[in-house]
Write a protein that binds this ligand. Structure first.
Ligand code: MN
Ligand code: MN
Length: 473
């Protein structure tokens, strides 16, 4: 610890220094090691389904079991829940009855990406290329997704009802895919004057997948047929099977260290798998807490938390109800409502770090910096806090006191200047259960891009923050 003499200004003002200055040699090793595990997770789990698989596997190794393995629940029991393969929850039963309230941490495991259309495959005769049509998912800047190696992840349900898993582009021996941009020599008239959202239009996000015709002499669409032949050989499928598929196109690149000092992690899907990973590691380290710890990993946040696997679905309530049924002898619905009402929740999601070249979008006095620890955000929304869960000062105060007491680096953050833009999280949907909830998460640079940036000290502070929150009384 680097100790300095405290001035009157230090004493009376909010701390403004980077957390890196307070990192000791022993902490440094922990921070860098933790980031290595995180990078492996980012490179392995690029979709919500893969994240659920990763979470379940990791939790099982730490003694978590599916609920049907328990007859009754008692303090210390560790439970896994999943829903439709896209949503997961982990719980550690506390010493207090569940109806006295839980400590909930909720993140999301879907990230902006490019989905294939249900009838994706066609050939373009003029260019002699086979392509996939796509429909993007979430708020992407479309021009960022061209000319980078892409991988295909997902599932196909065939005509027999069998689920086939697809991952192409992650193994170094696999081919990758690409959305080609136009060469600068010819883009002046058709592209140069387009506005940013249309530099590449939605229907121009087409994936190049082939250039070689089928050798079948009778075929009318030889390029397309060649792709169908390959898919048939590899998966035994026909074109109609692609209609009952979910195929997601994501960057084929692995997560990497960023910077000469290796102080940052770059990778796809850090919004919000940075919170998924840190909250997963946290609950796996929670042992016999006073309050029941519940960690939720939602899907569909990037498209408004709609649907059964989104935070607006019934999963949260169902999980708590199922636990109560096995923990309370005379379970009634009112107990569930009480358990919800008495709970405290962290909506674990990322915020925006100050951008060095676009500072004007931030109110620098209320903005997060990379390296200053986990951000606490009282409200989001747009146009006068519209659509925001404006957290109670009392709950914010509780977290601030806890983080200060446990020496967790944290900062206050607001997403951009007033009327600059805005955004939402799952906080408002959690709050509908009548509980205290606040947004909390590390800042990112280049959010929603194919390669987002986070600071290692913030990643570790998020893990510690979620852990101390769930451990605390
Ligand atoms: Mn998010
Ligand atoms: Mn997002």
């Amino acid at each position: 610890m680097v100790k300095k003499k405290q001035t009157l200004e230090d004493k009376l003002s909010t701390k403004q220094e980077t957390s890196w200055l307070e990192v000791t040699k022993t902490q440094e090793k922990k921070i860098y090691d933790f980031a290595d595990g995180y990078k492996a997770f980012l490179s392995e789990a690029k979709t919500e389904r893969e994240s659920v698989d990763f979470i379940v596997e990791a939790a099982k190794k730490k003694g978590f079991k599916f609920l049907d393995k328990y007859k009754n629940l008692k303090a210390g029991d560790k439970i896994i829940f999943t829903n439709m393969g896209k949503l997961a929850a982990l719980a550690v039963i506390g010493k207090d009855p569940i109806e006295k309230g839980m400590k909930v941490v909720a993140s999301h495991i879907d990230s902006p990406r490019i989905d294939l259309k249900q009838k994706p495959l066609y050939e373009d005769v003029d260019s002699e290329l086979a392509l996939f049509k796509t429909h993007y998912y979430g708020g992407i800047k479309k021009y960022q997704w061209v000319n980078i190696p892409l991988a295909l992840h997902g599932i196909i349900m065939n005509a027999d009802g069998k689920i086939l898993n697809v991952t192409i582009g992650e193994d170094p021996n696999d081919p990758v895919f690409i959305i080609g941009d136009l060469l600068p020599h010819l883009s002046h008239k058709v592209q140069s004057d387009r506005k940013m959202s249309e530099v590449i239009k939605g229907e121009e996000l087409r994936i190049i997948i082939g250039n070689r015709p089928s050798s079948d002499k009778d075929a009318k669409s030889k390029l397309k047929l060649n792709i169908l032949e390959i898919l048939n050989k590899k998966y035994g499928i026909v074109e109609e099977d692609l209609i009952s598929a979910e195929l997601q196109v994501v960057p084929a690149t692995d997560a990497r260290d960023v910077g000469l000092d290796r102080s940052m992690v770059g990778g796809y899907g850090q919004d919000d798998r940075i919170c998924a990973y840190t909250s997963l590691k946290a609950i796996m380290d929670v042992d016999k807490p006073k309050k029941t710890a519940l960690t939720l990993f939602f899907d569909k946040e990037e498209v408004g938390s709609i649907g059964a696997t989104g935070a607006q679905g019934g999963f949260f309530e169902m999980v708590v109800g199922e636990m109560l049924e096995k923990a309370v002898p005379n379970y009634r619905y009112s107990i569930l409502k009480r358990a919800m009402t008495n709970s405290r929740a962290v909506s674990a999601d990322v915020d925006a770090g100050v951008h060095p070249m676009f500072k004007s979008v931030h109110d620098l006095g209320n903005a997060a910096r990379l390296g200053h620890g986990i951000g606490i955000c009282k409200f989001g929304g747009a146009r006068g806090k519209g659509g925001s869960n404006d957290a109670n000062a009392e709950f914010l105060g509780e977290l601030r006191i806890l983080f200060n007491k446990t020496k967790i680096p944290w900062q206050y953050t607001e997403l951009g200047k007033v009327d600059e833009g805005g955004g939402g999280t799952i906080a408002r949907f959690l709050s509908e259960h009548n509980l205290e909830v606040i947004d909390c998460g590390p800042p990112l640079l280049s959010m929603h891009s194919p390669f987002e940036i986070a600071s290692k000290v913030d990643i570790y502070s998020a893990y510690r923050a979620f852990l101390e929150f769930q451990k605390a009384d």
